[in-house]
Design a binder for this molecule. Structure first.
Ligand code: BGC
Length: 259
């Protein structure tokens, strides 16, 4: 078992079967954490991923079927972590989707799906986790995987930007409310990361060239470059970090007027 900063801790990663979530789960498990990833889209992928990691002498990764846009299901996810491991130490609100539609084109149904997963899911998972942290005592950590678009408009991705802007304030408001219980709440804002959410861009060489040229560090992030930062922020090495967002974007937001 790993001996990093998350050794022995119970960690939930929502949307943890693929993309940034899988990298976060991997980083945490390699440090010795007991990780639960939820899945809704792809049970096979989640279960295969969990099994691979479990065989690597890390901590452990198990999968649980929960749709974070349903409050009873996020409550069940937190309850499952506690049932399996007796407590919860870290919640990573990572599950997120985007539909790449403008304000003018977004339907009510698309809006509800994006806001339901990206913001409502994070809100009620935070509530369930915070209640558990308070009940068990000793504090806890919530990491919200936001985006540079919590601050930075992305024309043509309206509902997503609204959700991430909301997540920015979720981070700040819940950190201020929960600080007295020793609970830290930290946002992490990736830029462009090589995950399924960017598959369309990755498949278009001209779009990729434009994107890479806009990033001071020259290329999209690998998911593990986000996962390692999250593992650090969730550990006691970051014990005085709360109510803020750490941008992990290779400099993209500072250099580009918008893509
Ligand atoms: C979005 C991507 C976008 C990136 C940089 C992310 O939050 O999900 O679609 O490429 O930000 O703009």
């Amino acid at each position: 078992m790993g001996s990093g900063g998350l050794a022995g801790k119970t960690v939930i990663v929502t949307g943890g079967a693929t993309g940034i979530g899988a990298a976060i789960a991997t980083s945490a498990a390699l440090e010795g954490a007991k990780v639960i990833v939820d899945y809704v889209v792809s049970p096979e992928q989640a279960l295969a991923f969990a099994t691979t990691l479990a065989s690597e002498d890390a901590g452990s990764v198990e999968a649980f079927d929960a749709d974070v846009s349903k409050v009873d299901q996020v409550q069940a996810l937190v309850a499952e972590a506690v049932r399996r491991y007796g407590r919860l130490d870290v919640l990573v609100n990572n599950a997120g989707i985007e539909t790449r539609q403008s304000l003018l084109d977004t339907t009510e149904a698309d809006y509800d799906v994006v806001l339901g997963i990206d913001l409502k899911g994070a809100f009620f998972a935070s509530q369930a986790a915070a209640r558990q942290f308070i009940t068990q005592g000793g504090g806890g950590v919530i990491i919200n995987i936001s985006s540079v678009h919590e601050d930075w408009p992305m024309p043509g991705n309206a509902a997503y930007c609204v959700a991430k802007g909301g997540m920015r304030m979720l981070t700040r408001n819940s950190a201020v409310e929960l600080g007295e219980h020793g609970i830290r709440v930290v946002g992490v804002a990736p830029g462009a990361v090589n995950t399924p959410i960017n598959a369309q861009t990755a498949a278009d060489p001209a779009a990729m060239a434009r994107l890479d040229a806009a990033i001071p560090l020259g290329k999209m992030a690998l998911p593990e470059q986000i996962g390692d930062v999250v593992a650090f922020l969730a550990s006691d090495a970051a014990s005085y970090v709360t109510a803020t967002t750490v941008v992990v974007d290779g400099g993209l937001m500072q250099s580009s007027p918008g893509l």
